[in-house]
Design a protein around this ligand. Structure first.
Ligand code: ATP
Length: 327
């Protein structure tokens, strides 16, 4: 039986749709197990600034469908320095918070590892980022919603591109990872995709556009913002000398990609991971990251780089019963 009485939860790094569903699951599962759950505002920034409050059932009522994060999120350069981490940990200790659930990306987990290494605070990392760029999981919370938002936008642009016989370069998020771009291209039937993981050849791209456009003169080219040849605007400029007679346009989708109500997939993923994170802490686990491979949740030890356990039994009726508990 665990001695655990008080845990903290935070969202950190870029926001992603489904973070609220995850916070809700952590709070419900925690309270259900007799644990007090504290929400830390704006990630590590709020931990340093002592902005920490207890979360009740009421706080997480009616948030499963909301995008963004009710706790807020931030990036904190200060937290990378030990002196500021000591201040943050003093704030946790004041409230007797013994363990943390961290919803974010790689950077967030790196921050969490310093808390385990230096202060022996158990942490469980839950992958929450639209980029789907975290090792050890096939899906991150927010990616599915983002992909659907982007595909819907591209479909709309295609209508006007084909009506006006234009070539559109559409820039999507992904500084270091082309996941959003690649799967958007597949799902929207784009003519080309440029991602950071592959080499972009401008003359070859121009040739492809020319060949695809025989007679139609409309194309959709998806560009990940981190492509080594530049974003959509730069690529369009570089291609222009090869396609002087073509009507080239550029569209940068921007922050619309982060917002919106999470998809059913992201809500379920977030809920499964949130509940499991509480259970792992309850079992006395430290420094774990939860992932989903296929339909199974997997648990990686992020300090040792090992995979501890695969869970097949956490979906369905048991999970639902726990979450139906009303305060
Ligand atoms: P996203 O994928 O959306 O960018 P992320 O979690 O990778 O999410 P980061 O900005 O890289 O986002 O990290 C979030 C925060 O984690 C940082 O602002 C910083 O406070 C903390 N952090 C990152 N790396 C470290 C580190 N090496 N040591 C301590 N803290 C860190």
């Amino acid at each position: 039986m665990s001695e655990l009485k008080r845990i903290g939860v935070l969202t950190s790094g870029g926001d992603s749709p489904g973070m609220n569903a995850c916070i809700r699951a952590v709070v419900k599962a925690g309270i259900g197990k007799g644990i007090q759950v504290f929400g830390i505002e704006d990630g590590y920034k709020g931990m340093i600034e002592d902005r920490i409050r207890e979360l009740t059932y009421t706080d997480v009522n009616n948030i499963i469908h909301l995008g963004g994060t009710i706790l807020g999120t931030a990036r904190s350069e200060e937290f990378k320095l030990k002196e500021w981490r000591e201040k943050a940990v003093a704030n946790l200790r004041k409230l007797q918070i013994e363990a943390l659930i961290l919803i974010g990306g790689d950077g967030t987990f790196a921050g969490g590892m310093t808390l385990t290494n230096e202060f022996d605070i158990p942490i469980i990392g839950i992958p929450g980022t639209i980029d789907n760029d975290i090792h050890g999981t096939e899906f991150t919370i927010g990616y599915d919603t983002c992909l659907n938002t982007v595909v819907e936008a591209v479909d709309k642009i295609r209508d006007t591109a084909s009506s006006h016989h234009r070539v559109f370069f559409i820039e999507v998020m992904g500084r270091a990872s082309g996941y959003i771009a690649l799967n958007t291209a597949i799902a929207s039937g784009a003519e080309s995709v440029l991602i950071p993981e592959t080499v972009t050849d401008i003359p070859l791209l121009a040739d492809q556009i020319r060949n695809q456009n025989k007679g139609i003169r409309s194309s959709i080219i998806i560009v990940a913002e981190g492509d080594e040849e530049g974003g959509a605007k730069e690529i369009m400029k570089k291609v222009k000398p090869y396609l002087e007679t073509y009507d080239l346009k550029c569209s940068i989708l921007g922050h619309i990609q982060r917002g919106g109500s999470p998809s059913a997939f992201d809500r379920i993923l977030a809920t499964r991971m949130g509940v499991k994170a509480v259970e792992l802490l309850f079992e006395g686990k430290k420094s774990m990251m939860i992932g989903q491979i296929g339909r199974d949740l997997v648990f990686h030890n992020i300090l040792e780089g090992t995979t501890d356990h695969v869970s097949k039994d956490d979906s369905g009726i048991g999970l639902l019963k726990l979450l139906l508990t009303k305060g």
